[in-house]
Design a protein. Structure first.
Length: 155
C-alpha cells in the first residue's frame, strides 16, 4: 500500500516505491492521462503518396480551394472508422480504375490500393485512398479539372 498522502508528498518516487508492500503500481497511476484508443481518434490525413506531377492544388480557384480544405477538415474531425465513408457524410467515394489518363494517379501506389475520387465544385476533384488499419485518409492528388477521357467508362 502507498504511504499516507502527507508522507508521500515530499518523498522521492524511489523511496515511495520502496515503502509499497506489493511493489505494484496502482492501475489508476499506470494509465497515461489523455491517451486515447485508436477507435476514439479520427482519421489522419496523409500526403505520403501525393503525386506532385498530377496535382493542381496551386491552381485551385477560390471556392475549390476552400472546399478541398473543408473536406480535409471534415475527415480529420468527423470520420472515425471506415464505415463513416459509407454513410452519407458529404464525402463521395467514387471508385477510380487504373485506365486511360487515370493511370498517372496509380504510378506510385501499391497494386492493391483502391483509389477513389471526391467531387469538389464543377470539375475539381480530390483523389484518395483509405488505409483503414492505420486510420489514414491518403491524398494522392487534388485537381482543378478532372482528367480528359474518351468516354465515361474510363474512370
Amino acid at each position: 500500500m502507498l504511504a499516507p498522502k502527507s508522507n508521500r508528498k515530499n518523498k522521492p518516487i524511489p523511496l515511495q516505491v520502496a515503502e509499497m508492500k506489493d511493489k505494484k503500481i496502482p492501475s489508476q497511476v499506470a494509465k497515461v492521462r489523455g491517451e486515447k484508443h485508436i477507435e476514439e481518434q479520427p482519421f489522419l490525413i496523409s500526403f505520403a503518396k501525393y503525386n506532385n506531377r498530377v496535382c493542381e492544388v496551386e491552381n485551385l480557384k477560390r471556392n475549390k480551394a476552400k472546399k478541398s480544405l473543408q473536406v480535409l477538415i471534415k475527415i480529420g474531425r468527423d470520420f472515425f472508422d471506415y464505415e463513416d465513408f459509407e454513410k452519407d457524410k458529404g464525402i463521395e467515394k467514387i471508385p477510380v480504375r487504373n485506365k486511360g489518363e487515370y493511370k498517372k494517379l496509380f504510378q506510385r501506389l501499391h497494386p492493391d490500393v483502391e483509389l477513389f475520387e471526391h467531387k469538389l465544385q464543377g470539375k475539381g476533384r480530390i483523389f484518395y485512398y483509405i488505409n483503414d488499419l492505420e486510420k489514414l485518409f491518403c491524398v494522392v492528388a487534388i485537381k482543378e479539372n478532372h482528367f480528359e477521357t474518351k468516354n465515361s467508362g474510363d474512370k
